[in-house]
Design a protein around this ligand. Structure first.
Ligand code: DGI
Ligand code: FE
Ligand code: FE
Length: 410
């Protein structure tokens, strides 16, 4: 049997005590893993006080990333209607008959455990592990465990941990007072909260003209998924290399290439549906093709965020972000650099035709226009294979660079 711990809760937001609790349970009961399983907005809590499922999910993922044995589960979020723990556990057990489930709770929850929905059913499917929490010290947790175990004939066991006086409510209060969250939750979580303006604060934006690379990095690394973030770093580095090869090499130009590379996908942490609604809210036009293929929107929206969140005023940078997905006829040097860097950065591993990635990479360093053309040819090939509609801008750009290449060849 696999020993699997489940830590449920609203995680609104996740904090260090959650992590410590999962860690202590895992160590003391030799669990193979612990699943962090956020619940949907419970009916008895004020809706506006609870961050969306999407936000809470991202904060959890950021908080547990890289910690051995910890993983995220959207099992409860995906269920409809009221979710009772007893039902969740029985469904989980049905899906994973080889799991021995350990349901992790705070000792204070033991006080009301018997009033939960079907507590004996809960104990039929799992062992409950309880930690000392709030006013319930370890000795009392132990007593409560014994009492409930006996009364409901199940396994309720205590585990020890150093008590931490952290609660999500306290964090939300601190945020409203404008206080720092140091020591309460992982740095990436507090950055996420500020950047997105959760729990009633103004979304963070950089003051114009004082954007530092570290600040951009910090924001990106706490909003983008890890793979996307590494891609972004790859594009920034590649853009700087390309810029220095193609005479776009003053210090200011290199910095521009880097900034545009870093920010080109900054809107990509939103789901496609969210991107559509943000565009609608902000009055950013959506063409019918974009509506059908929302993957096309993140260039426009990225330029919008770069300007309004990151305080970028340089129109060259904004335009490079704007057109990085489709390209456009007669691009500026920086637009071309970002367009090709996006395709060829070292983390990309794609099988492409008619030009291999190796050929594309080599060419882009020698002849930028030819590189742009090759990528457009590959993209059109890919899109037609996928039966995808070609965006008007993509088509116009291709026509321009195809013509240019023929003229050059003549
Ligand atoms: O954001 P990245 O993944 O780094 O790369 P990107 O900005 O080039 O976006 C790639 C996506 O854009 C890919 O899913 C294909 C899509 N795309 C690019 N041009 C067109 C397009 N999709 C449609 N339907 N039509 C286009 O013309
Ligand atoms: Fe992109
Ligand atoms: Fe990209």
């Amino acid at each position: 049997m696999k020993k699997v711990g489940i830590l449920g809760g609203t995680f609104n937001p996740i904090h260090h005590a959650h992590l410590a609790m999962a860690q202590a349970a895992m160590e003391q009961y030799q669990l193979d893993k612990v699943l962090f399983m956020p619940s949907k907005n419970p009916p008895h809590k004020e809706k506006s006080e609870i961050a969306s499922d999407e936000h809470r999910t991202r904060m959890i993922q950021f908080a547990i990333e890289g910690i051995p044995g910890f993983s995220f589960s959207d099992f409860e979020l995906r269920r409809n209607g009221i979710t009772y723990t007893s039902d969740t556990l029985s469904l989980l057990k049905e899906k994973h008959p080889d799991w021995h489930i350990y349901f992790i709770i705070g000792g204070d929850s033991l006080l009301t455990f018997e009033q939960w929905h079907k507590p004996e059913k809960i104990l039929q499917y799992c062992t409950v592990l309880a930690a000392p929490r709030k006013k319930i010290k370890y000795s009392e947790t132990k007593k409560l465990c014994k009492k409930i175990s006996r009364k409901l004939s199940g396994n309720v066991l205590p585990f020890q941990m150093r008590q931490q006086r952290i609660s999500s409510m306290q964090i939300r209060k601190k945020i409203k007072m404008g206080e720092e969250l140091t020591g309460l939750c992982p740095e990436r979580v507090s950055c996420y909260i500020k950047l997105h303006g959760l729990y009633g604060i103004q979304p963070f934006s950089f003051p114009p003209d004082c954007i530092k690379k570290q600040d951009i990095n910090k924001c990106l690394s706490s909003t983008l998924k890890p793979g996307r973030y590494f891609h972004t770093l790859g594009v920034a580095d590649t853009a700087v290399l390309l810029a220095s090869c193609h005479g776009y090499s003053s210090e200011a130009e290199l910095r521009r290439a880097e900034t545009a590379g870093l920010l080109h996908d900054c809107a990509k942490y939103f789901t496609e549906q969210e991107q559509i609604s943000i565009c609608e809210k902000e009055g950013i036009d959506i063409s019918p093709v974009e509506k059908k293929n929302p993957a096309l929107l993140h260039g426009k929206l990225g330029a919008f965020f770069a300007k309004n969140r990151y305080g970028i005023q340089d129109s060259e940078i904004l335009s490079a972000i704007r057109y990085h997905t489709t390209g456009r006829p007669d691009m500026s040097v920086l637009e071309k650099i970002i367009y090709v860097a996006d395709y060829m950065e070292p983390n990309r591993h794609i099988d492409c035709t008619p030009y291999s990635l190796h050929e594309v990479r080599k060419t882009c360093f020698q002849d930028l226009d030819r590189g742009v053309f090759m990528i457009m040819e590959n993209t059109l090939h890919y899109l037609s294979q996928q039966n995808n509609v070609i965006d008007e801008m993509t088509a116009e750009a291709y026509e321009y660079y195809a013509k240019q290449q023929t003229e050059k060849g003549e």
